[in-house]
Write a protein that binds this ligand. Structure first.
Ligand code: ADP
Length: 626
């Protein structure tokens, strides 16, 4: 009987953790062991370039998986570099010394070899699903092979063992099922092949396993009664070259789209496909998609933003939120960087400096790609904006406007210029020299806003008005404050900065008239003024005190209990015949004049899209003077 060796103390601790499983996803053991096999092949493959004694060429390298259900055993076999006695002691007896890491250092001069995983917790994850693990291995150039065996925390043994070929076979004796844990699933072909697809699809070497399938018997295809037989054949489970690693010119649009549909369960044609390859502080490749349609749950809290994070073709995080800013949360895609460790935890990642660097460069890239889409393919951009414009506006408003400068050129608005959307830049380009402000008006629909009486003067000057129909629009404009040194100005504003505002006032003692109207209406309005902006309409209602009517409606829907109200200011066109008629009545028939005041008030509410308090009373009022 051979003496058992103890694991180094820190390894023992790790092993304990593994046996009692720190990972909630036990399934990752397969990813770890396959990555080790792939690393080992990388090493031998590298040596084979200069050493004929290896006797293998690139196509010969592969990883074999077998399942023996009856004996509850799975094996992972590679024809990589293998280990000798010393390696087994050092590599599998200790975690702190990582073989991959040292190999990488040695090969520094030819920095072409990238090797996954620089921290050695990987191998021990086998103990999450196995109660006994054997590594049967022979190192390249060594005389004999070895068998390393361990049943966990009590240590391991190493003995010499005959082995013909160079490489390693890792054998896992799968644990029995318990009340809470099902280990038998890992003895199912479909489950193992599914895990390979999920985590190891882009391992560069074929991962081969016997698959048993039912097939139509030869010669009976197409006949009325096709016969079936069960066939077992070796199949390569992984697709090997990740699409994002292939040169862009070799990948068709259809392939990129298919990947998008398969991977992200999307159905739309992406508005933009972004590929990027960065070498620098952090080296990475990314393949990103800007959808053309918002997923049905996009504007709910069920939607999760994030990109998939790979380390040299191995999936390390399904949804890495930190890679995307909120305003680009619609973007889907993958990032692959050899600079991230396979075993990095979510907690560590959140503070990871490299990750932040990647996120920053990606944000810039996405922004630039959207700008270029806007310039080059207006129709697609407008369609995209229809789906995600609200998100960009949220991006401007949130975080105290931190991102407004980078996002403002991506915005689009309806305007009085045409029935097409306009950018702020285009609006400013169209401004005449004497126009001081960027005018905007808010309302529920483009049609409604275009007919607002208070828009009349601005429009009559030939100035353009941005039509804000979404509740977020006004907040966006308030956050922006100006665009290219031009300030925004609501058409409700007292001072529109327009020369020759409608200042003529044909009514004498108009102050008394305004006072009369205010008294008739009481607290319903905060102010009654002689309008400078009305041209052909008799009245309008404008909002004072920083809260507009659209905001009032928004707040009423969001926080009804807060009772946020815009201050109502009734503006009268003192040159309008109907207003003059009321002036005539004051002092002669005050009762009737008061009715006029009530009617003007209700009309102004209606035009502003605000509910009138008592529709039937209003109807009676109108009838009473007809
Ligand atoms: P890591 O792979 O992160 O270094 P592991 O605990 O998974 O950590 O493995 C420890 C070391 O054991 C590896 O660095 C490698 O040197 C060695 N090793 C593991 N599996 C194999 C294998 N299949 N073939 C050769 N060496 C291996």
């Amino acid at each position: 009987m051979m003496a058992k060796k103890q694991f180094k103390s820190e390894s023992k601790r790790l092993l304990d953790l593994m046996i009692n499983s720190i990972y909630t996803h036990k399934e990752i053991f397969l990813r770890e062991l396959i990555s080790n096999a792939s690393d080992a092949i990388d090493k031998l493959c590298f040596i084979s370039l200069t050493d004929d004694k290896v006797g293998l060429s690139r196509e010969d390298f592969k990883i074999n998986l077998t399942i023996d259900k009856d004996n509850r055993v799975i094996t992972i076999e590679d024809n990589g570099i293998g280990m000798d006695k010393d390696d087994l002691d050092k590599n599998l007896g200790t975690i702190a010394s990582s073989g991959s890491y040292r190999f990488k250092q040695e090969m520094e001069k030819t920095d072409d070899v990238d090797i996954i995983g620089q921290f050695g917790v990987g191998f021990y994850s086998a103990f999450m699903v196995a109660d006994k693990v054997e590594v049967y291995t022979k190192k390249h150039g060594a005389e004999s092979g070895y068998l390393w065996t361990s049943s966990g925390a009590d240590g391991y043994t190493i003995k010499e063992a005959d082995k013909d070929s160079v490489g390693s076979v890792v054998t896992l004796h799968i644990k029995d099922d318990t009340e809470n844990e099902n280990y038998s699933e890992f003895l199912e072909q479909y489950r193992i092949s599914e895990l390979v697809k999920k985590y190891s699809d882009y391992i560069r070497y074929p991962i081969v396993m016997d698959m048993t399938r039912s097939k139509v018997k030869e010669g009976t295809e197409g006949s009325d009664k096709p016969e079936y037989e069960t066939v077992t054949e070796a199949e390569t489970l992984n697709s090997m070259v990740p699409i994002w690693q292939r040169p862009k010119k070799d990948v068709s649009d259809e392939e990129y789209e298919k990947f998008y549909h398969d991977k992200f369960m999307a159905f739309d044609k992406p508005a933009k496909i972004i590929t990027t390859s960065v070498e620098g502080v952090v080296t990475y490749k990314a393949l990103l998609y800007v959808p053309s349609k918002a997923p049905f749950d996009y504007y709910t809290k069920d939607y999760k933003k994030g990109l998939q994070l790979y380390s040299s073709g191995v999936l390390i995080m399904e949804n890495c939120e930190e890679l995307l800013p909120d305003h680009f949360r619609f973007v889907k895609g993958v990032v692959d960087s050899q600079d991230f460790s396979l075993n990095i935890s979510r907690e560590v990642l959140q503070h990871d400096h490299q990750l932040k660097t990647v996120a920053q460069t990606l944000e810039k890239k996405i922004k630039n790609e959207l700008s270029s889409l806007l310039k080059k393919d207006r129709e697609t951009y407008e369609n995209f904006f229809g789906e995600f414009g609200r998100q960009l506006k949220y991006g401007i408003v949130s975080n105290y406007g931190m991102h407004k400068d980078s996002l403002k050129d991506l915005l689009m608005f309806n305007s009085s210029n045409s029935d097409k959307l306009t950018t702020l830049g285009e609006y400013v380009d169209r401004m005449s020299e004497e126009q001081k402000y960027i005018y905007f008006a808010t309302g529920e629909s483009v049609d409604g806003i275009s007919k607002l009486p208070q828009a009349e003067l601005v429009l009559s000057k030939g100035y353009e008005i941005l039509y804000c129909t979404q509740d977020i629009d006004e907040f966006t404009i308030q956050t922006l404050r100006d665009y290219n040194d031009k300030q925004f100005k609501s058409v409700d504003d007292d001072d529109l900065g327009i020369e020759g505002e409608n200042n003529e006032n044909e009514v004498e003692n108009s102050d008394d008239v305004l006072k009369f109207v205010k008294e008739s209406l009481g607290d319903k309005v905060s102010e009654v003024v002689a309008s400078k902006k009305l041209v052909s309409h008799p009245v309008c209602m404008t909002a004072k005190g920083g809260i507009s009517f659209e905001m009032e409606k928004y707040f009423a829907a969001m926080q009804p209990e807060a009772g946020m109200k815009a201050q109502r200011c009734l503006e009268l066109n003192m040159n309008h015949d109907a207003v003059k008629a009321m002036c005539e009545l004051i002092g002669k028939d005050d009762e009737k004049a008061k009715k006029y005041a009530q009617i003007f008030y209700n009309q102004a509410l209606l035009i502003a899209g605000l509910p009138i308090e008592n529709p039937s009373e209003y109807a009676d009022l109108v009838c009473s003077i007809m």
